[in-house]
Ligand binder design. Structure first.
Ligand code: COA
Length: 259
């Protein structure tokens, strides 16, 4: 598939999507959101892909936000529909993928950029990265799930402060508050992402997708996550991966999961 705003690379069971508008600090315009949706859809359908890494091109930004030039003159209805379609096509979609997605934040992750990072299953960052939701400085609020996912990750008080001040926090501070999991140098960022991804890829992808559904259930309104866990746990017993994993353990060999 040929894209204008993103690059997609595959290497064995790992895939990397790079948002590639460095002159605009990888800002998310409509075309980029469409392409990301198509790329994620294709990788989700590709059974050989077990982990997806999402990053930005250049040394300055992961994504510096939604493309302000595209929505500056929107009406109330257009604003509402921008948030709704973006959430459905990309942000909620990525969060609910069964293929794990790691965000590797190589620089500014602001506004829609941080929201994109937050819908990935977890995040790592380079030490130059800066995170923030600056929307109120533009007279708007986060619209791609930021008001919901930031408090889930950092707690309500910290989220309130970050959103109200519109300020940026460093990679180290982001790690301290639980927004990202690890910080490394810019040079080591993708090697670290690949190392973690390879570790994930050795495990049962069937069980991993069940775990994603069970963990996400904790944050779904009106859903009892414990019940979902019981259901998903039970379903695992009917899979070939369960038979492979337990047999290998009992035979003191390494499992080879066939997905
Ligand atoms: N939307 C559209 N264009 C953006 C953008 C965004 N969110 N963020 C950066 N760009 C563009 C700039 O307009 C500039 O384009 P130009 O060279 O054609 O003028 C280019 O990317 C480089 O950005 P610039 O502002 O010159 O870089 P900087 O190093 O001086 O500042 C930032 C970096 C991230 C602090 C600054 O770009 C910024 O504040 N961006 C907007 C962040 C934001 O509010 N995001 C939330 C949007 S809802």
């Amino acid at each position: 598939m040929n894209f204008e705003n993103i690059l997609v690379d595959k290497n064995d069971s790992l895939a990397q999507i790079t948002i590639n508008r460095p002159k605009k600090l990888n800002a998310l315009n409509k075309a980029t959101i469409n392409e990301l949706n198509l790329a994620f859809e294709a990788l989700e359908d590709d059974n050989s892909i077990r982990v997806i890494i999402l990053t930005g091109s250049g040394e300055k930004a992961f994504v510096a936000g939604a493309d302000i030039s595209e929505f500056a003159h929107f009406s109330v209805d257009e604003g509402r529909s921008l948030a709704k379609s973006g959430q459905e096509m990309l942000f909620d979609y990525v969060e609910n993928l069964s293929t794990p997605v790691i965000a590797a934040l190589n620089g500014f992750a602001l506004g829609g950029g941080l929201e994109l990072a937050m819908c990935c299953h977890f995040r790592i960052a380079s030490d130059n990265a800066k995170m923030g939701l600056p929307e109120v400085s533009l007279g708007v609020i986060p619209g791609y799930g930021g008001t919901q996912r930031l408090p889930q990750l950092v707690g309500k008080g910290k989220a309130m402060e970050m959103i109200m001040t519109a300020g940026m926090i460093s990679a180290e501070e982001s790690k301290e508050c639980g927004l990202i999991n690890q910080v490394t140098t810019q040079e080591e960022l993708l090697p670290l992402a690949n190392k973690i991804a390879s570790k994930i890829a050795r495990n049962s992808s069937v069980a991993i997708s069940a775990a994603i559904r069970a963990i996400n259930a904790n944050f779904e309104y009106g859903v009892n996550g414990f019940d979902v866990e019981i259901e998903e746990f039970g379903e695992c017993f009917g899979t070939k991966d369960f038979s492979e994993g337990t047999t290998a353990f009992l035979n003191k060999t390494k499992p080879s999961f066939k997905n």
